[in-house]
Design a protein around this ligand. Structure first.
Ligand SMILES: C[S@@+](CC[C@H](N)C(=O)[O-])C[C@H]1O[C@@H](n2cnc3c(N)ncnc32)[C@H](O)[C@@H]1O
Length: 204
């Protein structure tokens, strides 16, 4: 194991959200970020259709499926396989692959989703510019999905590693949504450049 992997593992094991997720038998610490964003921005309601991109190992989908009951629907997409979650439909696809992206859009159905949420992240290289470019590519793929599957006034939540192109991406979203906010949940590691963009009120 490399020095940086060892350091990451030590920090990961000391992280209070990692320990909390383990003690509650949750699939990932990522759920605490979504829980906080939901508390602050009232994202989920019973009956909604939610598309979860970059869903594995599944903590966001497991959280959302409870929130949209009864009558709701969660469709999860990831390039990795995911252990099944009752009530969640899973599609395995690489959203960087244009054909697979089109297949997902066709499966999801046009203008049918209330919310598209994306926690997709590239495999980290440790080189900031490379990781930011990878993250922006994924955020743009998520945006492409959102523009096809969101209903009028639907919302889009997307993770992005902050970099020189993040502001331009925010501006692009502002052309299609009523309101665009940058949010950094407390559970997001302070030393990480990750932030979330919440775009509310899609215009078809
Ligand atoms: C931080 S994890 C998501 C954690 C998840 N929100 C949860 O709560 O369990 C990021 C995910 O993005 C997925 N991902 C990365 N690139 C992708 C791509 N091109 N297409 C689909 N999923 C991708 C990874 O496989 C990984 O499972």
């Amino acid at each position: 194991m490399s020095k940086s992997s060892k350091r990451w593992l030590q920090e990961h094991n000391r992280d209070r959200y990692v320990n909390l997720a383990r003690s509650r038998q949750l699939r990932s610490r990522a759920v605490f970020k979504l829980e906080e964003l939901d508390r602050r921005h009232k994202l989920f309601r019973p009956g909604q259709t939610v598309v979860d991109l970059g869903a594995a190992p599944g903590s966001w989908s497991a959280y959302v499926v409870e929130k949209v009951r009864p009558g709701g629907k969660v469709i999860a997409v990831d390039l990795l396989d995911m252990q099944p979650i009752a009530g969640v439909v899973f599609l395995q696809a690489d959203l960087n692959d244009a054909e697979r992206l089109q297949y997902c859009i066709a499966e999801l159905g046009e203008n049918s989703a209330d919310l598209v949420i994306s926690d997709m992240a590239p495999n980290l290289s440790g080189i900031a510019a490379v990781d930011q470019a990878g993250s922006l590519n994924l955020a743009e793929s998520a945006y492409r999905v959102a523009c096809s599957v969101l209903r009028e006034k639907g919302h889009f939540l997307v993770k992005l590693f902050q970099g020189s192109d993040s502001a331009a991406f925010g501006k692009q979203l502002a052309e299609k949504f009523d309101k665009v906010l940058q949010v950094k949940p407390r559970a997001s590691r302070a030393n990480s450049s990750e932030l979330y963009i919440l775009a509310k009120g899609y215009t078809m």
